[in-house]
Ligand binder design. Structure first.
Ligand code: PEP
Ligand code: MG
Length: 541
């Protein structure tokens, strides 16, 4: 047995055989075909199947708003449909009577060789595209593509790196886990593994010789066991059984109400980081989205997202969730979330720097585009907006002025919008101390306990050397949570907790006793919090 340690990007246990993802390693030999016309038909069939596959993936990417992946796929579809590459292959099959797969390889390599020395981005992209579609067609012709998953037992997919496109291509029912050398916890692939609810590890030195060997992925400890001993295998089988029982038990709660034993109803919402997370929100039956971290459309790109792109994403969430409330937090950029194109200067103390609403009020055009997109999307569902990092009443007045301008603009153009609730994130001690004044201006207050804790304790939430002192249960934190909830209620607002602390089931009873109306937690925590709520009797020791 060998044990490797990496970083888990999603928890869970997987036990199974390794499938090492090989790329561009088809060993195709040349042979003469008797019937060239028949071979061409075989090629054309493979080409059509490849096109179908690419179009299917394109649809998925468009639905998930993965625009850069979609752009590449559109280019490849066009290349295949355009016909000149395919014609070159067909002509070789016909004139030389060679097998189609071999003709694809030679045509592909010839094009790559011819243009290899040209250092032009368009040409480089074209070569990559030709290689990609060639490989896909070869896989189709050789019959070792997607269909083969049908006869395959579920596997642990191991690769140097895994792109979201590759993951999308796989039969997702045959995937037990992902293990890769490269990757990051916030990569799209890691996000897909979360959406699929399968464990994933990154940072493991993978090796092709692992193919077909038995392995265990421990997504709790970030460990990978190759050819585990019987004792280790049995231990993990037991853990897996227990994990399954827990999941099944919790899934029974998916359509149940969030109500305590004494009949107090709580609204249990989910936090999402991107549109991809909506599926898991639906799976666990959360009754709304309490925090949509809207940064996902602003990060990892080269320029500001346009209003139309923002609108399409918000409209999608709004329509999927229907009558259920979706709270979109306006852009909370700055601190650890930086976008190059925004050119935000480096700061000595970023957590205390220009972030959240401060940046939005400085960059009005950007802020207005987001607000307009949310307003337009509100015609398709039940939306609320909340503002991060508020410290003063003046900020709220400024926001209201901008909102008024947005509303006037939409009315002038007769663009419809729905009724929108407005909320303030209480995540600075200043906001807690003026919570009554703030609550008078809005419909709800939402406690961002992650930031609130770091600012109350004056401890950077990312500083690992403070991890033993960083105490989210500190009496000062709890007192400020209570103060905020009371202020909200005094002013006729409802109160929510949307920081990570909302998912801490040891605190659920305390929060309900404080009178919180909404708890918003990551989707995988919804069912365990629901279970806890349903076991609580308020007023009982
Ligand atoms: C918080 O600060 O608690 C919060 C929910 O916002 P974020 O974690 O995105 O800063
Ligand atoms: Mg915050």
């Amino acid at each position: 047995m060998k044990v490797f340690h990496g970083t888990a990007t999603y928890e869970g246990i997987a036990i199974g055989k390794v499938q090492y993802l090989r790329k561009n390693e088809q060993h195709i030999r040349q042979y003469t075909v008797e019937n060239a016309r028949r071979e061409i038909r075989r090629f054309q069939k493979a080409k059509e199947k490849t096109l179908d596959g690419l179009k299917f993936m394109l649809e998925q990417m468009e639905q998930e708003f993965m625009e850069s992946e979609a752009k590449i796929l559109r280019r490849r579809i066009k290349l295949l449909e355009d016909g000149s590459f395919a014609r070159a292959i067909e002509s070789q099959v016909l004139s030389e009577k060679v097998n189609a797969a071999y003709a694809i390889i030679t045509t592909r390599d010839e094009i790559a060789r011819t243009f290899a020395k040209m250092n032009d981005e368009v040409v480089r992209n074209r070569i990559t595209d030709i290689k990609d579609i060639s490989n896909r067609m070869i896989l189709m012709i050789e019959g070792i593509a997607r269909e083969d998953y049908a006869n395959m037992e579920p596997v642990i997919v191991v690769a140097n790196n895994l792109s979201p496109t590759e993951v999308m291509e796989m039969d997702q029912n045959k995937l037990l886990a992902f293990v890769s050398r490269e990757g990051s916890p916030v990569s799209h692939t890691a996000i897909i593994s979360k959406t699929l609810s399968i464990p994933a590890l990154i940072g493991i030195e993978v090796d092709p010789s692992w193919e077909d060997k038995m392995a265990i992925v421990d997504g709790y400890e970030g460990a990978f066991y190759l050819e585990p001993t019987r004792r280790v295998l049995e231990k993990y089988q037991e853990m897996q059984q227990k994990e399954q029982q827990d999941k099944e038990f919790l899934m029974k709660l998916r359509n149940m109400e969030d109500v305590t034993l004494d009949g107090t109803k709580v609204r249990l919402y989910a936090n999402i980081r991107s549109l991809e997370d909506i599926r898991s929100v639906q799976e666990v039956g959360a009754s709304g989205i309490g925090l949509l971290r809207s940064e996902f459309q602003y990060l990892g790109r080269e320029n500001y997202p346009r209003e139309a792109e923002l609108f399409r994403a918000y409209r999608k969430v709004a329509s999927i969730m229907g009558e259920k409330l979706v709270i979109i937090r306006t852009l909370d950029i700055g601190a650890d979330k930086k976008a190059e194109y925004m050119d935000l200067p480096d700061e000595e103390n970023p957590a205390m720097g220009n972030r959240g609403i401060r940046v939005c009020l400085e960059r009005r055009k950007m802020f207005k585009a987001q607000l307009r997109a949310i307003y337009r999307a509100s015609a398709f569902g039940n939306l609320a907006i909340m503002y991060p990092m508020i410290t003063s009443l003046e900020e709220v007045h400024e926001i209201k002025k901008i909102i008024q301008e947005v509303v006037e603009g939409l009315n002038q153009k007769e663009i419809p919008f729905g009724k929108i609730q407005h909320g303030i994130m209480v995540e600075t001690p200043a906001a807690v101390m003026i919570a009554d004044d703030l609550a008078k201006e809005v419909d709800f207050l939402s406690l961002g306990t992650n930031d609130l804790t770091q600012y109350i304790l004056a401890m950077d939430r990312k500083n690992s050397s403070l991890k033993d002192r960083y105490d989210e249960h500190h009496p000062a934190v709890l007192k400020m949570i209570k103060m905020t909830i009371d202020a909200a209620h005094r002013q006729g607002c409802w109160a929510c907790i949307c920081g990570e602390l909302a998912g801490d089931t040891t605190m659920t009873k305390t929060f309900l006793e404080m009178g919180v109306d909404v708890l918003s937690v990551v989707a995988p925590s919804v069912l365990s919090v629901r279970k806890t709520i349903r076991e609580i009797r308020l007023g009982e020791e």
